[in-house]
Design a protein around this ligand. Sequence first.
Ligand code: ATP
Length: 245
Amino acid sequence: MSDVPKSHPRYLSLSLRDQIVKGVELGITSVHGLIAHGRGEAYDYLLCEKTHSFAIKAIQAAAVMLKDALHPVISVNGNVAALVPDNLIELSKLLKAPLEVNIFHTEDGREQRICDYLLDNGALNVLMPTKEAQLNFIDSNRRFVNPEGIYKSDVVFVPLEDGDRCEALIRMGKRVITIDLNPLSRTSKQASITIVDNVVRALPILCNEIRSIEDKSDHQELITEYNNDKVLQSALHHISRGVDG
Ligand code: ATP
């Protein structure tokens, strides 16, 4: 990373900034993604940049839901492509699930560049949005999906979701698993499972959790007993306790 020494107390956070900036330079991350990243950083700071027990609970339920899905799909935007390409590809291989490019700002060929970036990093199956399949209940570019991917999926894994599309997916009867550092976002509140953690910490844990599930029927109670509102309340409680001192 630029000139920041590894001993710098904020080395990790600063190196993530560099990765996002590199994503913009490569043309895979939108400049708007810098702002989204900044909002994430602020919440991560309030969460002490740690994976908490409420996130682990959500990750465990997410692992079972993904293993149990008939057609799981992993939705990819420019921020996660820049931050965690290897983890996304690993998850896709573990679940035998496609990665699908889906972004809000579609400036000059960015969708194709994200696809190529994933393939160059070893992805086996990357789907692109099409005009043939569209989501209901949403007007933005994110309504265009792939008929073999998000359109026919039963479970959509969307690290860093947009609230409008999350709502549309849920209204179409799909289950949505998201990772979002902000427990107050519309996405967090609407998703079936919200992992309140940084994608860079949560994804490796999710992959390990999926690997450790031998017999998914033994783990069903992780889903039946899961309560997303409680998880969000725990995250908010943690944040307000920190703020109150
Ligand atoms: P919503 O429409 O759901 O209310 P929003 O408008 O607040 O979302 P967006 O700009 O669509 O937010 O997406 C950014 C979201 O992603 C923010 O909630 C931010 O906290 C979260 N975020 C950003 N970077 C990360 C990261 N590395 N890990 C997890 N979450 C992140």
